[in-house]
Design a protein. Structure first.
Length: 432
């Protein structure tokens, strides 16, 4: 981005005089060229994102994977971590189609701990179908169960009585894996989804070049102060956009998804979300955060241009809060209260930060104006003193001219007066 800004400054300096003499149709030609190159940039970015659509899809699915992993971790016993459980579940899916001899050979290829956990995984659901007495008899008399496996089963049965979700992990048979919520129900859904995802990523990828092209067209017609404000706003704008996207992707989105996931579990609804709905929700959620985080840039630009002030912002706080809530309801996908608040609260905090910055700017501006007023008063006083001195000199010259004129009117030569005055001075010196 810094490279594009340097190029933009050079283009402005080189074409400043030429821009002044351009006709209306020449400006239209520049606009056409700008739109053309923006479209080319988007098409090239789209092609790149389409080529890497599989990795980008994994990036977009990562928040829901984090929610699923967190849900499983909460349901597992303390003795088993998430990675161990995923390995056990994967091995269980692998041995389902095998016969007895093949299963025995498969178990012999695993380490001791994994083998014991897998055997416990195989017997657990069968044990759950029995009552307590039958369970104890099964664990005590089954010849195929090793003592280590029996201990694991006893701990799992005890944990399953406390955590009902742990039993659901076995009943779903791997449905909590990576493809748990990634179902497509239309033949063309995955194709259209890939196009939407590639376009979304292309918009973000092409944003710096698109911004450069727009600024190259707009900036030559702006005043110097407006250019300075714009260049300062660019860096802040990019930082806030990235900050909004990162905050949404890494912090807010996983918690919102977890809330909805737990809400479904609490009312007995299975969370099997469609991939199209999820990715549409996630993409709009992330993009909404990035774009709405531009609010401080717009507000502070208006403050620096003296369109609004700190006092105006402070008096309008209640209306701004209402506007933020309405804006959040419009831009957030789904319109749920949790999604709305997850965007409205950060926006209000940013607006409060804008009020603070506007207050600092206002005080700095008032201090600068007071300093300028003091300097102006000093300059005015010096001007008045100089004016008075000039007036006095002019009055002295006028008096001297009137005196000389009066002497000429009386017939006294100016030389005699000068000689007499010199004689008087010599007499005074001799007396001294």
């Amino acid at each position: 981005m810094f490279f594009w800004l340097d190029v933009l400054r050079d283009r402005i300096r080189a074409g400043k005089d030429a821009e002044i003499n351009k006709s209306f149709f020449q400006h239209l030609e520049d606009l056409r060229s700008t739109i053309f190159w923006i479209v080319v940039t988007l098409v090239v970015s789209f092609a790149i994102c389409w080529w890497f659509r599989a990795p980008l899809m994994e990036v977009m699915k990562r928040p829901i994977y984090a929610v699923l992993d967190s849900k499983i971790s909460q349901q597992l016993p303390k003795q088993i971590d998430l990675n161990t459980w995923k390995e056990v579940d994967s091995n269980y899916q692998a041995i389902l189609p095998l016969n007895k001899e093949q299963r025995a050979f498969y178990l012999s290829q695993l380490d001791t701990e994994s083998s014991h956990l897998l055997e416990a995984r195989v017997h657990y659901l069968a044990i759950l179908s029995l009552d307590i007495e039958q369970q104890n008899h099964y664990l005590a008399n089954s010849p195929s169960l090793k003592p280590q496996v029996v201990e694991i089963l006893k701990s799992w049965i005890e944990h399953g009585m406390e955590e009902k979700g742990f039993v659901d992990l076995f009943k779903k048979q791997g449905n909590f894996g990576d493809n748990a919520v990634m179902g497509a129900f239309k033949p063309t859904e995955t194709f259209m989804l890939s196009i939407k995802l590639a376009f979304f990523e292309a918009f973000v990828l092409s944003l710096p070049i698109t911004l450069y092209l727009i600024l190259r067209f707009v900036i030559p017609g702006m005043q110097k102060r407006e250019k300075d404000i714009l260049f300062k706003s660019i860096f802040v704008s990019l930082f806030l956009f990235v900050a909004g996207v990162c905050l949404s992707y890494f912090v807010v989105l996983p918690r919102v998804l977890e809330f909805f996931f737990n809400m479904g579990d609490s009312i007995g609804v299975t969370n099997e979300w469609r991939i199209g709905y999820y990715l549409g929700f996630a993409a709009k959620f992330v993009l909404a955060f990035g774009l709405t985080f531009q609010l401080p840039v717009v507000v502070m630009a208006l403050v620096y241009l003296d369109v609004i002030s700190y006092y105006t912002m402070l008096r309008s706080t209640r209306y701004v809060i209402a506007g933020i809530v309405v804006l959040s309801a419009l831009v957030m996908p789904g319109g749920e209260v949790i999604s709305l608040l997850s965007l409205a609260v950060p926006l209000f905090l940013l607006y409060a930060l804008c009020i603070l910055f506007a207050f600092i700017y206002q005080k700095k501006k008032e201090k600068q104006m007071a300093k300028e007023d003091l300097e102006w008063h000093k300059m005015q006083e010096e001007y008045e003193r100089e004016h008075d001195r000039q007036v006095k000199l002019e009055l002295q010259e006028l008096e001297e001219q009137e005196y000389q004129e009066s002497k000429r009117n009386k017939g006294i030569p100016a030389n005699e007066e000068d000689e007499s005055s010199l004689d008087d001075e010599e007499v005074d010196e001799n007396n001294n």
